[in-house]
Design a protein around this ligand. Structure first.
Ligand code: GCU
Length: 339
């Protein structure tokens, strides 16, 4: 409380001093300089500028600026300019990066419960996943990395992931046997590939295009918007809709950054994060359709799988995780009951 008062006073004093300096002509500043930001924060995302998650980031920044009267400015660094997801999370933990949006898999080393949220074929559909994320389970799990200095702000949509292959389509797990498939830096996803009989190859998102092009891997897996945004259809034209996993994404903040703010400002950050998440979901829905059209136009062959074929993938994937802690079992039961 006292610390907050001190921060508010410091803020007032800084603003007053800045204005006085301008009036006195002590510093050369533009006409709106009284609203000079008190904080300028950075925000990392590995997608490109017009991708739904980055649009969400811009919306977040715009709202924060508006609601703080320009005192807090958030600068967006898209296209992995601040590093791949793993290093972004490390830098955010140390306070070098203030905000980010990452795939949930990048956060599971910090909280084992998060693994459960992206098990293959866990959700019956997108609506089921959103009931879970927007309900009590989602709220509880959003704070699971807080202890590690990584504060969960909101859930972002990332649709559903499927395989894409450069040489031939896959319609059954047996067809993946022995093939090298790129996976995120995630133990769980590596185990899923092994359960399908494939050989997981770990690499960052930015490395996938060349790995496909130079045949270091036979395929990869991701949602349609990523497949289209990264032009992976140019080097892996068979997009096979087995829809094996939904990996939600999280908007996160560094605890070190939030520590600099008053409770009032922290509430603004949380509010803007949640408003930006609603906006991102709308953008995501639009982008899924556009991505399908873009991929097809670029030569992708979209392979639709029957329910029976998907069931075969689901059966194989069930072997990926056979042991769960009591806590994980409890979450799984609750997710199932949300259905
Ligand atoms: C999605 C996600 C990225 C992630 C990528 C991956 O595209 O939006 O944040 O890096 O999957 O497969 O690594």
């Amino acid at each position: 409380m006292f610390a907050d008062k001190k921060k508010s006073f410091a803020r007032l004093f800084a603003g007053w001093f800045a204005c006085l300096a301008i009036v006195c002509g002590a510093v050369a500043v533009p006409s709106v300089a009284c609203a000079a930001p008190e904080f300028t924060f950075n925000y990392a995302d590995n997608q490109n500028k017009d991708y739904p998650t980055v649009k969400g980031a811009y919306r977040f920044a715009q709202l924060v600026k508006e609601k703080t009267g320009g005192r807090i400015v958030v600068k967006i660094y898209s296209n992995a300019k601040l590093g791949d997801e793993k290093s972004v999370v490390d830098k955010l933990q140390s306070g070098e990066i203030d905000f980010a949006r990452v795939s949930l898999s990048a956060l599971t080393p910090y909280a084992e419960e998060l693994d459960v949220l992206y098990l293959p074929y866990l959700y019956r559909d997108a609506a089921h996943m959103w009931r879970v994320l927007n309900g009590p389970i989602g709220s509880e799990l959003l704070t699971k990395t807080n202890g590690a200095g990584i504060v969960g702000l909101s859930w972002y949509d990332a649709g559903v992931r499927s395989f894409y292959m450069s040489q031939k389509p896959v319609r059954a797990p047996q067809e993946l046997r022995g093939l090298k498939i790129r996976v995120q830096e995630s133990e769980l996803m590596a185990d899923v590939m092994r359960a399908f009989g494939a050989e997981p190859v770990t690499m960052t998102y930015g490395q996938v295009y060349d790995a496909l092009k130079f045949e270091k891997i036979a395929g990869a897996e991701n949602n349609l918007p990523s497949y289209a945004a990264m032009k992976h259809f140019e080097v892996a034209k068979y997009y096979c809709r087995d829809e094996h996993s939904r990996i939600p994404e999280m908007q996160i903040a560094s605890q070190a950054t939030l520590n600099k703010l008053t409770d009032e400002d922290k509430n603004i950050i949380f509010e803007c994060a949640s408003l930006s998440a609603a906006y991102e979901r709308e953008e995501w829905a639009k982008r899924e359709k556009e991505a399908l059209a873009k991929a097809k136009k670029g030569g992708a062959v979209i392979v639709e799988l029957t329910e029976k074929e998907r069931a075969e993938f689901a059966k194989a994937a069930a072997g990926a995780r056979t042991h769960f802690t009591d806590r994980q079992k409890e979450i799984l039961t609750r997710i199932d009951n949300e259905g």
